[in-house]
Design a protein around this ligand. Structure first.
Ligand SMILES: O=c1ccn([C@H]2C[C@H](O)[C@@H](COP(=O)(O)OP(=O)(O)OP(=O)(O)O)O2)c(=O)[nH]1
Ligand SMILES: [Mg+2]
Length: 155
């Protein structure tokens, strides 16, 4: 288990917490009350700053329950927290619901932080790249993709 030094910029808010021992993401809370009209976005403070070790990064992911129930997501999902960043972690929330306002209160869990090792590479220029089976095919080149009007119902 890696220790990461965290500063609470707002002493009354919770530290990031893993809801279950095997969870990938530690939940982050909002320090402010916020209402998001349909389509509206807002940069929301979490009251947390941290010192990730070199070779790590943290990624701010949406929470699936809020996405399902309220249409709440993150504009730049997943947000990238660089190891050298010492500022407050903020979450760029967006309300994707077409008709309902999303109302959040200080202390509500709004996102989850996934800490990961990241590789740093040297980008070595070459005019030719090694051949592969995929080559330059992408964007549905393997077929089998759904048509635009297919969707899954939530139950
Ligand atoms: O969801 C996010 C994304 C980023 N950050 C902070 C930490 C990160 O280290 C810094 C810069 O993020 P990013 O590199 O994604 O933004 P940029 O637009 O490239 O800004 P910069 O020019 O500062 O790198 O902003 C957050 O607090 N929340
Ligand atoms: Mg950047």
């Amino acid at each position: 288990m890696l220790d990461v030094t965290v500063t609470r910029l707002d002493p009354d808010v919770a530290l990031p917490v893993y809801a279950h021992p095997g969870d990938a993401g530690a939940d982050l809370v909002t320090t402010v009350d916020v209402s998001l009209a349909p389509g509206e976005r807002a940069l929301v403070p979490t009251g947390i700053a941290m010192a990730l070790p070199d070779g790590f990064a943290a990624f701010v992911h949406p929470r699936s329950g809020l996405a399902l129930r309220a249409g709440l997501s993150i504009v730049n999902a997943p947000g990238t927290i660089d190891a050298g960043y010492r500022g407050e972690i903020k979450v760029l929330l967006i309300n994707h619901d077409r008709s309902e306002t999303v109302t959040l209160s200080r202390g509500d869990r709004i996102a989850q932080l996934v800490v990961q090792r990241v590789e740093h590479v040297r980008f070595v220029e070459s005019e030719v790249l090694p051949e592969t089976a995929r080559g330059s095919g992408g964007y549905g080149s393997t077929g089998g993709h759904a048509t635009a009007d297919v969707h899954e119902e939530s139950s």
